[in-house]
Design a protein around this ligand. Sequence first.
Ligand code: ADP
Length: 355
Amino acid sequence: KKYIDESSERKQLYNEVIELKGNIRVFCRCRPLNQAEIANGSSSVVEFDSSLENELQIVSSDSSKKQFKYDHVFKPEDSQEAVFAQTKPIVTSVLDGYNVCIFAYGQTGTGKTFTMEGPPENRGVNYRTLEELFRNSKERNGVMRYELLVSMLEVYNEKIRDLLVDSNQPSKKLEIKQAAEGTQEVPGLTEAHVYGTEEVWELLKSGGRARSVGSTNANELSSRSHCLLRVTVKGENLINGQKTRSHLWLVDLAGSERVGKIEVEGERLKESQFINKSLSALGDVISALATKSGHIPYRNSKLTHMLQSSLGGDCKTLMFVQISPSSADLGETICSLNFASRVRGIESGPARKQA
Ligand code: ADP
C-alpha cells in the first residue's frame, strides 16, 4: 500500500515535470582547467553566474560573450554527488517501467568517462545508478520483485561488439533485429544477472578491459568508439501480477572533435567519418523528438537504430554535454554547445544577450 501510494505520487510528480519540460533534458558540465593548462597560463573562457544554475557564457577572443542555457549547468567544482543528485530521478524511473537513455557527449578529454564511469575513488553516474537501483528495489521488497541484468557493448565503425564475452572467446559480431512487438533486439548479446554493486563494479572493469583488446592505445580507441552499458529491469508487481521490462542505457559517446581531412587518411579518416555520421544521426533524432517532428530518422546509424525503442514516446533522455574551459578548445566548445542547444530544440537567435 505504502509503495503504491509512493509510486503513484512519484509518477504524478514526474508527469508534472514532463509537462513543463518534456522528456528530453540537457545538462552541461565543464571540467576544471588541468595542470598542463594552468602551467602554460591558459585561462578559462567559460563564465558562470553564481545565482543561475542553468546558464553559462563563453568569452571569445575578441571579448564578446555568448550565452547558453540548458536544464542544468555544472561548474568545474561541482562534485560527482551533485551531478548524480540531478540525474537520480531520471535513472530511477526505469524501475517504474520507463525506458531511459543517458548520453555523455563532447570533445575527447572533456570528462565524458569521468562523468559516466569516474575513477574508483570518485565514481560516476554508472555505478551510482546501479547502487541506487539496488537500494530502491530492496525498499520495494514484498511489493515488487525486480531482476537486474547488465550488458556492455561497443559500437566502433558501425560494428557492434559484446564487451562481456570471455576474453578467451573470439569476439562476436552482433546485429540489430526487429522483434515481433516492434522493439529492437540484439540477439546473442550477453546479459549478466546482477545482485549487488560490487559484482557490477567487477563486471564494468572486465568490460572496460575487453574494450581495449586488439588496440595498441586503449585511450585512443575508447575515444573513437561509443561504449554502452545497458541495464534491463524486469519488474513484477506482487499485488496485481503486472510485469514490466524496461531498459536503461548509459552511453559514453565517441569524441565529437572534428578531424581535418588533410590531417588524417586511411583507417583514421574512415573512423572519423563513422563517428561524425553517428553523432549527427543522434543529434537529428533527439532534435526531431524535441521539436515533435513527424519523422524520426532512427535508421541512419547503428546507435540510433539500436536505441530506437528507448528514445521517444514516454522514454526519458538526458544528454550531458561535456566542455573544456580552456581557450585552446574554444572552437570545439562552441560546436558542442551549439549541438546541445540544437538537440534540446533551442535555436540560437536574437534572444541571446550579446554583452
Ligand atoms: P573524455 O572521456 O571526454 O575523453 P576523461 O573523462 O578521460 O575525458 O577526462 C579527461 C581528464 O580530465 C581525466 O584525467 C579526468 O580525470 C579529468 N576530469 C574530467 N572531468 C573532471 C572533473 N569534473 N573534475 C576533475 N577532473 C576531471
